[in-house]
Design a protein around this ligand. Structure first.
Ligand SMILES: [Zn+2]
Length: 93
């Protein structure tokens, strides 16, 4: 199952839940929870880093995470700082 489909399902589930459970204007906690769930899922979608150059000691590319701007290296599939999946564009899996 693709991540897009999962995000769609989660958003739909939250919408139904909000509609069925609406009891007032105090939605702060619920919206916070929804935002955290959606943004966590969004990070599973690989994004291209901003490539800065080559590391002199390993000949790996390095760059900045598209999400938090932390430094990431070519052989890293996830940003260690924020969990964003990184797409280096070097394979198709
Ligand atoms: Zn990051």
């Amino acid at each position: 199952m693709g991540i897009e489909k999962i995000i769609e399902m989660v958003k739909a589930a939250f919408n139904v839940w909000e509609w069925e459970c609406y009891i007032g204007d105090n939605w702060t906690e619920e919206h916070k929870a929804k935002d955290i769930v959606i943004s966590t899922l969004e990070k599973q979608k690989p994004k291209r880093p901003k490539v800065r150059g080559l590391l002199f000691y390993s000949y790996h590319m390095y760059g900045n995470c598209p999400c938090c701007k932390g430094q990431v290296e070519e052989n890293w599939r996830f940003c260690p700082w924020c969990g964003q999946a990184i797409d280096w564009g070097d394979d198709d899996d």
